[in-house]
Design a binder for this molecule. Sequence first.
Ligand code: C5P
Length: 227
Amino acid sequence: MQKITIAIDGFSSTGKSTVAKQLAKHLGYVYVDTGAMYRAVTLFTMQNGWIDNNQFDVVALVSHLDAITINFQFNPKLGFAEVYLNGNNVEHQIRTLEVSSFVSKVAAIPEVRYQLVKQQQQMGKDKGVVMDGRDIGTVVFPYAELKIFMTASADKRAKRRFDELVSRGDEVDYEDVLRNVQERDYIDSHREDSPLVKADDAIEIDNSDLTLKDQFDKVLDLVTKTV
Ligand code: C5P
């Protein structure tokens, strides 16, 4: 079967990565979580003390972008690829609410986007890839054969993210998670460089009331109709 590029974009915590992982596994495709890459750059910035009490040293970050190496390594026990920052597994650290509260500011920096988009295009150059993020169908792969735009109510999304964080053992407050989801959506949709918008040719799926199985069946049906 001919391999295609599948771009999945949408608001925070819409379950993009869940469906993207399922799809990649089913099709034997590579899955790339681009949000994890922006999160890794954010973690690097925090580790270096360039984000502190809402002070953000953009100049320091931009001048050290070459010092950041991000890789994905498949973990057979988990069944998905984990994120490595400069050789260290940071899969857990990048998902904290602290990283979430800064990531959209880091992701709004054009130099950061330029570097990461280049790497993402390289990762998907041979097709057979499912990539999720905010600008995959608009900027990274504007010619992707299938583009999906996921949405769900803010409340449902915050509940999902809250459950995810609690199940990992993080102590979080639901209201903080909701605020973070709304804040990120606002910054992501209003930034100058590559704002989160639905590509004209993307198919929108609102999964507020869909089960995971219904959602997967729907997306797989779209893939079948595309290839
Ligand atoms: O997908 P996830 O919620 O982990 O993404 C974290 C953040 O990374 C988003 O809120 C957004 O600011 C940024 N992001 C982006 N472009 C992408 C993927 C993520 O700006 N392609």
